[in-house]
Ligand binder design. Structure first.
Ligand code: UD1
Ligand code: MG
Length: 454
């Protein structure tokens, strides 16, 4: 028996008050719909169908990396109508699992439990929850023997039915064979004038198909997002789960409520992370890495024992072992720090190698440069790598010493153990061991009188 997942994502999401289709609003840096598709993909060999309508083109464009069959629903005539749009592409022998693009935190194990409950597609399985306040939801109507009889939408329910606290989450599983039989029979004769998917429950009961309900482990799994408040709430739930997982892996977090992971963080042992840090893309933190407060780290690898001080930004950079970065450092794409290198406060490094044990400690820009080992780059050094059109390379040898406030006009080379005097503008190669002085000579004028006010 095959599995087809049909995710509904055609709705507008008016309450988001946004030009972005609702299902593309990000949770932990990924569109909500991508979270749903990932959870469903883990069910194994599922064929995934997504019903789109509002902002369909944007949704197709921005959801990449998933093998999805798209179905268009140009007019939103209800959840039953939405599922019907996908059915022509669904394998008629499959079991169909219906999901929602705006219910992002559904867990794979809950879905698996729901599918098991269909017994190879013989039963209709529903995911339901008991809510303290069921207002607005479809109610699960059971008979005296506790068997499910129907789902009644809030707007169609009687006052007694309004008392029912078990509600429909919308998520269900049933065979394609039965859906193909029942969906064409839905009517829109109800309070909202819509084709309700939920009306198939009463049809199942009429046809003697067993209707089974299971519950999710946690309520957040079935919480839908209608506005930005609800999205922010689920973001916190998700971030807390990731923080808990990191702590289980042996990471010390100064405050698990103050970390955001928008991607994946792979960690060694005894990693410590202070408050307010954001991780994006794929980040690896080796043994003993310490990240100070308010750092942003994206797609980077940090070697064992490296310390990143507060307010540093590391983006597509490689930092080897025992390095020191920050506070207030910016490592841009292609920054490559060898073991024991230091990049200190208010320094920017782009597409450059900082050799073993070399120091770039204060107020410096290093771009398109290759720096050897144990070099010292003085405060305020600038590699002038750009002439307004092209970029050029700067090479600095092992043990070189660049005096403070120097400009190295690329392409240029400073040899091993060479020295550049402070305040120099270097435009020509400095050979190994040489001292280069390239600045105006100091003149002292004695007996100088300051101008006086007239
Ligand atoms: C639906 C259920 C209700 C359940 C609730 C849980 C029905 C008739 N009712 O109600 O029992 O308690 O979800 O949240 O199913 N959508 C489309 N195309 C459409 C209509 C909806 O793609 O034509 C999508 C929406 O974008 C949304 C989802 O389906 O993601 C649910 O639709 P919505 O209108 O929010 O249904 P509810 O009235 O909340
Ligand atoms: Mg809804």
């Amino acid at each position: 028996m095959t599995l087809a997942v049909v995710t509904l994502a055609a709705g507008k999401g008016s309450r988001m008050k946004s030009d972005l289709p609702k299902v593309l609003h990000p949770l932990a840096g990924q569109p909500m719909l991508a979270h749903v598709l990932s959870s469903a993909a883990q069910l194994g060999d599922a064929k995934q169908h997504v019903v789109i309508g509002h902002g369909a083109e944007k949704v197709r464009e921005q959801i990449s990396g998933f093998d999805v069959s798209w179905a268009m629903q140009t007019e939103q005539k209800g959840t039953g109508h939405a599922v019907a749009q996908a059915m022509p592409e669904v394998d008629p022998e499959a079991t169909v699992l219906v999901l929602y693009g705006d219910v992002p935190l559904i867990q794979t194990d809950t879905l698996q439990k729901l599918l098991d409950e269909t017994h190879q597609g013989q039963n209709l399985a529903l995911l339901t929850v008991e809510l303290a306040d069921p207002t607005g939801y479809g109610r699960i109507v059971r008979d005296a023997a506790d068997n499910i009889q129907a789902i009644v939408e809030h707007k169609d329910a009687t006052p007694e039915q309004h008392q029912i606290r078990e509600v429909n989450t919308g998520i269900l599983a049933v065979s394609a064979r039965l859906l193909n039989e029942w969906l064409p029979k839905l009517s829109s004769n109800n309070a909202q004038g819509e084709y309700y998917l939920t009306d198939i429950i009463a049809m199942a009961v009429d046809h003697g198909v067993a209707v089974r309900a299971i519950h999710p482990r946690d309520e957040y799994e079935v919480q839908g997002v209608n506005d930005r408040l609800q999205l922010a709430e689920l973001e916190r739930v998700f971030q807390r789960q990731q923080a808990d997982e990191l702590m289980r892996q042996g990471v010390s977090l100064a405050d698990p409520a103050r970390i955001d992971i928008r991607g994946s963080v792979t960690v060694g042992s005894d990693v410590r992370i202070d408050v307010g840090c954001v991780f994006e893309g794929d980040v690896t933190l080796a043994n003993g890495v310490h990240i100070g407060p308010y750092c942003v780290i994206k797609n980077a690898v940090l070697g064992a024992g490296t310390q990143v001080e507060s307010h540093s930004l590391i983006d597509q950079a490689t930092v080897a072992a025992d390095c020191s970065v920050g506070p207030f450092a910016r490592l841009r794409p292609g920054a490559d720090l060898a073991d024991g290198a230091k990049v200190g406060n208010f320094c920017e490094v782009k597409k450059s190698v900082i050799g073993k044990g070399s120091k770039v400690n204060h107020l410096t820009y290093i771009g398109d440069a290759e720096i050897g080992t144990n070099a010292n780059i003085g405060a305020g050094t600038i590699t002038c790598n750009y002439d307004g059109v092209n970029k050029f390379k700067t090479e600095i040898g092992d043990d070189a010493f660049i005096g403070s406030n120097s400009s190295l006009v690329a392409p240029v080379k400073v040899g091993a153990a060479a020295t550049v005097a402070a305040g120099s503008v270097i435009t020509k190669e400095v050979a190994d061991g040489e001292l280069a002085v390239a600045r105006g000579k100091q003149r002292n004028i004695s007996g100088w009188e300051r101008p006086k006010k007239n």
